[in-house]
Design a binder for this molecule. Structure first.
Ligand code: ZDP
Length: 284
């Protein structure tokens, strides 16, 4: 048995997209996804994303498996790739400007294809209470802004934001100097984060320009993270470090992020590109 797939990336955050419109459960298991994501023994990707039938009023459902087989609630770069993948499956032209209502474990998310090929996503509302992250760093009903966290023998000042999935943000003077591969896993698995966490380090270059590096829950160091860029802008506004609209520079390129004062929602604009299509056997 083989399955058709397509590889897409958003700023080098790369995903295997699967046309799963015929059934409501993913057609491969998390264990098989781990094998597909392996960069030496498989196709190679940061995650596998399934385009499933919509639920309620939505057009489609998105589900994701991280490269370690865990299932996150949402994926910002991934949903831009999903929108482009669906438009390609539907045979739409590259300049078609269509918006899709996508059901996710983080609620309804709305990506819109732009005429220039980029995708703008209504990422919904940020969630700020400790119980929503979730984290035990503060009381359940409190926000987690500039709290102390001990990691690797050092005290870090962290702010936590959920975009459906958990993020722990630390502002630093020099993002290039952060030993990400060493401390990233220690943040991810810290006992104050019962669902583990994505971890972002941010250097504020100007109030409307941030540099970010990310350690992703279930995927490690990646070249970009859309939910992380949104969460980091929110953290920057909450700690009065940045404007509500900023460019976020990631190792893979730039995202434009806005936390709208009008409706409190996050809007993210960035690219989503097809890399190749292929056919893959189902590994046992
Ligand atoms: O929350 C998690 O477990 C993440 N690894 C999900 C993926 C997030 C992502 N990088 C994004 O762009 O939001 C895909």
């Amino acid at each position: 048995m083989t399955s058709q797939f397509a590889k897409y990336h958003g700023l080098g955050n790369d995903f295997i997209l699967v046309d799963n419109r015929h059934q409501s459960e993913p057609c491969i298991t998390p264990e098989q996804a781990v094998k597909w994501c392996d960069r030496h023994f498989g196709i190679g990707a940061d995650g596998v994303i399934f385009a499933l039938p919509g639920q309620g009023d939505t057009d489609y459902t998105m589900r994701i498996f991280n490269s370690d087989g865990s299932e996150p609630e949402m994926c910002g770069n991934g949903i831009r790739c999903l929108a482009r993948f669906i438009a390609d499956l539907e045979g739409r032209s590259a300049t078609d400007t269509i918006a899709y209502q996508i059901h996710t474990l983080a609620g309804v998310i709305i990506p819109k294809l732009e005429a220039d090929g980029r995708v703008t996503v209504d990422m919904g509302l940020p969630r700020l209470l400790a119980k929503e992250i979730p984290t035990t760093l503060a009381e359940a009903e409190e926000k987690v802004i500039s709290r102390s966290l001990e990691v690797a023998g050092q005290t870090w000042e962290v702010t936590c934001v959920s975009m459906g999935n958990p993020h722990c943000i630390t502002f630093v003077d020099d993002v290039a100097a952060v030993p990400l591969a060493v401390i990233g896993p220690q943040f991810e698995h810290h006992s104050v984060f019962p669902q583990r966490t994505n971890t972002e380090f941010i250097e504020v270059v100007k109030s409307d320009y941030l540099k970010m590096r990310v350690w992703e829950r279930g995927a490690g160091i990646t070249l970009a993270c859309g939910t992380g860029a949104c969460a980091s802008l929110v953290a920057g506004v909450l700690t009065e470090r940045c404007d509500r609209r900023a460019t976020v520079e990631l190792p893979g390129g730039c995202l434009e992020i806005e936390w709208s004062a009008a409706d409190d929602r996050l809007y993210m604009t960035g690219p989503a590109e097809l890399v190749f299509t292929g056919e893959m056997g189902y590994p046992s």
